[in-house]
Design a binder for this molecule. Structure first.
Ligand SMILES: Cc1cc2nc3c(=O)[nH]c(=O)nc-3n(C[C@H](O)[C@H](O)[C@H](O)COP(=O)(O)O)c2cc1C
Length: 238
């Protein structure tokens, strides 16, 4: 099984999101999967300009010759995608969105209709699977609502089965209180293992990974504010 993780954080391996992605891939790797991680923010990816040359002039080939060529190649060979992004203004980062927009060139223009919805025909005939991961700064889980819907819509449009979503609010706790978040991170690692072993992730493991760890939202906010004031004072800003 080949797993391709795409982490849209501009902070890359130094960011909070990568802590979660790394644990997922660790579990999968231990259970025998081949894993690879990409950071679109570190790659040269031009924004789609909607010219549709990739549909009507050079089918399947985008006019932009940049690092998307490498991403297209890796995507063609992956069995599972891990789509990961921190929440930026309630959604994915712009670096990640640019990458998703550019996937239009590896889709076909035709509209197919099945059940009660239309979609572009699939360009690969393998069964595609995906996993979604995100972190956000605020403590409430509702901050993932829009991004979760976006990930679910993207997977439906790609005709990839979304096996599980793993969301970590109050993301600074991943570093400031690692022991509090460890049970959830262990469950993420287990999810990776299960995926590599069985091709599926159990609902029990998904629930364990998404279990609440912020005990008191107000206290968390106060703690964050204390930290922000301390940093500003140290820099002579207060
Ligand atoms: C431009 C920007 C927008 C953000 N928007 C939100 C937001 O809408 N909701 C939220 O809870 N956190 C928001 N955050 C906080 C990040 O989601 C959070 O710090 C995340 O864990 C960063 O992940 P990373 O370290 O992997 O980059 C934002 C951060 C930045 C820099």
């Amino acid at each position: 099984m080949k797993i391709l993780a795409i982490n849209g954080s501009p902070r890359g391996e130094k960011g909070f999101t990568d802590i979660v992605v790394t644990r997922f891939l660790l579990g999968a790797h231990k259970a025998g999967a081949e894993t690879e991680k990409l950071y679109p923010a570190k790659m040269k990816i031009a924004a789609c300009i909607g010219c549709l040359k990739c549909w009507f002039e050079t089918p399947g080939i985008c006019r932009h010759k940049d690092d998307m060529v490498e991403i297209y190649k890796l995507m063609q060979h992956a069995d599972v995608f891990v789509f990961a992004s921190p929440v930026y203004v309630d959604n994915m980062t712009s670096q990640m969105k640019k990458m998703f927009d550019r996937l239009i060139s590896i889709s076909e223009p035709f509209f197919e209709f099945e059940g009660d919805r239309s979609y572009h025909p699939k360009v690969v005939d393998r069964e595609l699977k995906a996993v979604a991961i995100s972190t956000c700064g605020f403590p409430e889980r509702e901050h993932f609502e829009a991004l979760s819907l976006t990930f679910r819509r993207i997977c439906a449009n790609m005709r990839a089965r979304l096996l599980g979503e793993f969301y970590f609010p109050a993301s600074s706790m991943l570093v400031s209180r690692p022991q509090k978040v460890e049970p959830q991170l262990s469950a993420v690692e287990k999810a990776g293992e299960e995926l590599a072993q069985t091709g599926e992730i159990s609902q029990e493991t998904i629930a364990a990974a998404n279990r609440e760890y912020v005990e008191d939202y107000r206290a968390f906010c106060e703690e964050m504010n204390e930290f922000f004031h301390k940093v500003r004072r140290k820099r002579g800003l207060e």
